[in-house]
Unconditional design. Structure first.
Length: 313
C-alpha cells in the first residue's frame, strides 16, 4: 500500500509517508504566531538553542534580534551570513529568517537569543499620538530587506535589549525608545542590508516546513557533500519538483543557497584564522581553488586575499 505525498502528489510507501509526515509535523515552520502581551507595548522574550521556535519562519511582526552566545550561520531572505555573540539585526514584516548555531553533539545554548517583536500598527498608532515616533517609519521600511547593525550601534542596541528584559513599566519603555532611536539613527557605515529588494518568497505552512528540513541538511553538510537528490529525498520529492518548489518557497535556487553558505563560511575563516586560502577552499566544500576564487570574487567583489587583507587592516 502507498500514500500520496502531500508535497508533489507522488505515491510513497507507507513507511516513507509516515517518516515524511513525522518530519513535517514535528518541524512546523509555518507562519509563527506571536502571542499578544496585554501588559506590554511590545513582546520581549528569550530562548535556548535548539528550540522549537528557532527555525525557518516568518511572521507579520517586526523583530529585533540579539545573539548572546555562540557562533553560526544565519539566513534572512536570500542572504546568508555568519554570526557571533553580539549580533544585532532587525527583520521586517513577513521576511523569512533563521539562525543556526555551531553545536557539539548534545550541546544546548541556554538563552542564546533575546528577541523583541512588535506589530507595525502599534508604531502607526503611537505616531498618531506621539508624533516623534514617526522617526521610526523609515527604519521599518528599510527592514523589508533585513538590517544587521555593526559597531557602536550594535553595542548600544544590545545593551538596550538586555535592559528591557530586566525592567518593567516606564523604565521598560525608556529602554525601548532608546533602542528604536539607536537603530533609526544608526549611520550607514554601521548598517548592513541583507536580502535583495526583489526578494519575495512564497511561503505557506508546508513550504516553510520543507525549507526548514532542507536548511537543516544543508547547514549540517555544506562543507562536505551536498546533493540536491539527497535534499529532495528528505522531503519525498522528485528532483525537478523539488527544484521548482524550493525556488518558489525561498526565492533562490538550491545550488545558490549552498554556494552562498560556503562563501559565508569562507569569509569567517578568512577573518578569524590564519589558514592558507587553499586550505579554506577545500574546508568549505569547493573542489578546486580557481573555482573558489572565481565565486568569491563574483560574490564579494574582491579576491579572498584582498578580503583577508582588508579585514585585518
Amino acid at each position: 500500500m502507498s500514500t500520496a505525498d502531500p508535497a508533489n502528489g507522488a505515491d510513497l510507501p507507507d513507511s516513507a509517508a509516515a517518516r515524511l509526515a513525522e518530519r513535517l509535523l514535528g518541524m512546523r515552520a509555518n507562519r509563527e504566531v506571536i502571542p499578544e502581551d496585554p501588559h506590554h507595548s511590545v513582546r520581549w522574550h528569550q530562548h535556548d538553542y535548539p528550540s522549537p521556535v528557532a527555525r525557518w519562519n516568518y511572521h507579520p511582526e517586526y523583530e529585533i534580534h540579539l545573539i548572546r552566545k555562540g557562533t553560526g550561520k544565519f539566513i534572512v531572505g536570500d542572504h546568508i551570513g555568519t554570526f557571533e555573540a553580539g549580533h544585532v539585526s532587525l527583520v521586517g514584516s513577513g521576511l523569512p529568517h533563521d539562525w543556526v548555531s555551531d553545536l557539539e553533539p548534545g550541546e544546548i545554548l541556554e538563552n542564546r537569543d533575546a528577541i523583541i517583536q512588535f506589530d507595525g500598527k502599534w508604531v502607526e498608532q503611537a505616531a498618531s499620538i506621539v508624533p516623534e515616533m514617526a522617526e521610526v517609519r523609515p527604519l521599518l521600511e528599510q527592514s523589508a530587506r533585513g538590517i544587521e547593525f555593526l559597531g557602536r550601534s550594535a553595542e548600544t542596541a544590545a545593551a538596550c535589549i538586555e535592559a528591557m528584559g530586566t525592567s518593567t513599566g516606564l523604565a521598560r519603555l525608556q529602554h525601548l525608545f532608546e533602542l528604536l532611536a539607536t537603530l533609526a539613527r544608526a549611520p550607514e557605515v554601521e548598517r548592513r542590508y541583507l536580502a535583495e529588494e526583489w526578494f519575495r518568497p512564497q511561503l505557506d505552512g508546508q513550504g516553510a516546513a520543507v525549507v526548514d528540513i532542507v536548511l537543516e541538511y544543508v547547514f549540517s553538510n555544506h562543507a562536505g557533500s551536498v546533493k540536491m537528490s539527497e535534499a529532495a529525498a528528505l522531503v519525498g520529492m522528485a528532483e525537478p519538483t523539488f527544484s521548482k518548489y524550493f525556488k518558489r518557497a525561498t526565492g533562490q535556487n538550491f545550488s545558490d543557497l549552498v554556494r552562498k553558505l560556503r562563501l559565508a563560511h569562507a569569509r569567517r575563516l578568512l577573518e578569524l584564522s590564519d589558514k592558507p586560502i587553499s586550505d579554506i577552499c577545500y574546508e568549505v566544500g569547493f573542489s578546486n581553488l580557481s573555482n573558489f576564487n572565481r565565486h568569491f570574487l563574483n560574490d564579494a567583489g574582491e579576491t579572498p586575499r584582498q578580503y583577508r587583507q582588508r579585514m585585518q587592516n
